[in-house]
Design a protein around this ligand. Structure first.
Ligand code: FES
Length: 585
């Protein structure tokens, strides 16, 4: 990479009257009298808040976010740290994005939470923040909003849940649900065993404990420099996680006084480091979309070709499901993220600033590996190149992605006949039909599942193997769609095809029986249909109608960008003229 490291902004240590919150509480006027009297209404005296940084604890707790059930307790522990360091803590709830329950998909609401985070920080008397997130989209949403607000902040990851267990076997979130569901569909798993898996797969608070989207984004956030060192792998129920919460509270106060802001930390080099760790972990394909969106908020453009270039030079060193064998608890005990980062330090820009007060190089220096089965050596990686490849071709002019480490190698180079589904319900109906004309060599194609088409780009990308093929022992097939897939999923799934079919991308023109060629090493995705025939089909193509006549859904359909652009809303992109603080009247 040739991006020069920019010169860091000159920062001076703030004084109490420099605090943003002083504008609300400091002046001797009627408005500030009102603000102060209302603090007293809550039972606080001037010694509690006067001249102290106000630290917002943005809490994505909810009774329906199963991964954040420990966040009420953690918020209290953050407050303890803020008090210890001489700050004034205020807990503010923001929309929680529950991966398990939100429909049509939590991704639909990522930008809504990001907007709420930005405006919550901007409109209140806040000097700095602790961002509490973990369940998939909460992480980019918090970081996108906080980056746009650009107040000093530190991220507190929820931490992974305990390993699952069934009949003495370890279960991984998502990954093993898909695996055993396939066995059940094939008639190889009884009802009692299936019920026991339901009991044992999610055994504690915390995020999915495979290297799914939550674990990937936590690692990315730490690599970007937005968490305390080593924070991203600490299990949610570990006592170290409680201490981490308190340390985050203390850190937020220090960040305010030292005026270290996201714009100082989130540089192009920091994002290149984040892409590198994503590849070394064989992280979730979703990370690509979120990284592009997060960087966009910092005014940095990340091109898909940059991801592929970094992927080509980065070995996969984390032996974690779904690509490998182990789970997050094992990863933490093996040394955690700093140990992997130290192993690939020659591929990183070590002089990037972090919230820890120094550089990434300072944070990871000499981090030891305790288990080389889990954190592999450079000599024996899981794969010599990174976890996600970027494909291009006449079917995806603006790119598509695949995770080869989670796919059967025999399918890395494959040509097969398309079996096309126009929508998710259409797919479910056709796949249940035992007369469906499909073989193990077919290529399953799902249309209208992208940012606008679905809408919200759900995780439908690991299309189910047709039941009749499951019964024949087939467990992987080439699948192509403009949807995403869960970071815990696996298989030969080509995802994020851009432009999406609902916007007239070439994917919309595929028909049953067309030959499609996938060549992972050559990064190629090609539809073997003549240009003349494609032109004829395009002339007959009719764009699907919008889903929403009003409301947030309408805003999303009008404003969301494509997968290769990060799926942020156009009007939320970085602007050279930052939004000024509100006038205090
Ligand atoms: Fe919350 Fe997976 S469902 S992280």
């Amino acid at each position: 990479m040739t991006t020069p490291t920019p010169t860091p902004r000159t920062r001076t240590r703030l004084q109490p009257r420099d605090l943003r919150s002083w504008k609300w509480f400091g002046p001797d006027d009627l408005r500030s009298f009102g603000h102060r009297s209302r603090i007293k209404q809550m039972g606080f005296g001037s010694e509690d808040y006067e001249g102290k940084p106000v630290i917002a604890i943005l809490n994505t707790w909810s009774d329906l976010n199963t991964c954040h059930t420990h966040f009420r307790q953690r918020a209290e522990q953050v407050k303890r740290g803020v008090w210890q360091a001489g700050g004034f803590p205020v807990e503010l709830p923001v929309l929680s994005l529950s991966e398990s329950y939100m429909k049509p998909t939590s991704m639909f609401y990522r930008n809504l939470t990001a907007m709420e985070v930005e405006e919550t920080l901007r409109c209140h008397p806040i000097d700095g923040a602790v961002l509490m997130g973990g369940c998939d989209k909460t992480v980019p949403a918090l970081l996108m909003g906080a980056t746009s607000a650009n107040l000093p902040c530190v991220f507190l990851p929820a931490g992974p849940m305990l390993k699952g267990n069934f009949a003495g076997k370890t279960l991984g979130s998502g990954t093993d649900a898909w695996k055993y569901w396939a066995e059940r569909s094939a008639g190889n798993l009884c009802d009692d065993d299936w019920a026991a898996i339901e009991e044992g797969i999610a055994r504690s608070p915390g995020t999915c404990m495979t290297m799914g989207t939550a674990s990937t984004l936590a690692a990315i956030t730490e690599t970007l420099g937005m968490t305390l060192s080593g924070a991203s792998t600490i299990p949610a129920v570990h006592s170290a996680h409680e201490r981490l919460a308190t340390n985050c509270g203390r850190k937020a106060v220090e960040l305010v006084w030292s005026d270290l802001r996201p714009s100082d930390i989130l540089t192009k080099a920091a994002f290149e480091n984040a892409i590198t760790i994503d590849m070394a972990l064989s992280g979730s394909t979703n990370a690509i979309i979120h990284l592009i969106a997060m960087a966009g908020r910092a005014g940095i453009k990340l091109d898909l070709d940059l991801f592929d270039a970094i992927s080509r030079r980065t070995p996969v060193l984390a032996n974690l499901r779904p690509a490998g064998k182990y789970l997050m608890e094992d990863f933490h005990d093996a040394g955690g993220l700093p140990a992997v980062l130290w192993r690939i330090r020659d591929l990183l820009k070590l002089d990037c600033l972090t919230v820890n007060g120094g550089t990434l190089g300072d944070d990871i220096k000499d981090a030891p590996v305790y288990n080389e089965e889990v954190i592999l050596t450079r000599e024996k990686p899981l794969s010599t190149s990174g976890g996600t490849y970027v494909l291009r071709g006449n079917l995806a002019p603006n790119g598509a992605v695949i995770k080869p480490t989670a796919a059967e190698p025999r399918l890395h180079k494959h040509t097969g006949k398309a079996v096309v589904f126009n929508s998710y319900p259409h797919m479910k109906k056709r796949l249940a039909d035992d007369n469906l004309d499909v073989t193990a060599d077919s290529v399953l194609v799902l249309l209208n599942a992208g940012p606008v088409g679905a809408p919200g780009m759900p995780e439908w990308g690991m299309l189910p193997i047709p039941t009749k093929l499951l019964k024949q022992g087939v467990r992987d097939m080439v699948r192509i769609t403009d949807a995403r897939m869960s970071g815990t999923s696996y298989g030969s799934c080509v995802l994020h095809v851009s432009p999406e079919s609902a916007k007239g991308g070439p994917l919309a023109l595929v028909q049953d029986g067309d030959l499609i060629e996938l060549d992972v090493e050559a990064r190629k995705l090609h539809l073997h249909v003549s240009d003349a025939e494609l032109a004829k089909r395009r002339a007959a193509w009719v764009a699907p109608k919008p889903h929403y006549p009003r409301g947030y859904g309408k805003l999303l359909e009008e404003q969301i960008t494509q997968a290769d652009e990060g799926c942020d809303f156009r009007f939320l992109h970085h602007h050279d003229q930052p939004i000024p603080d509100p006038e205090i009247h």
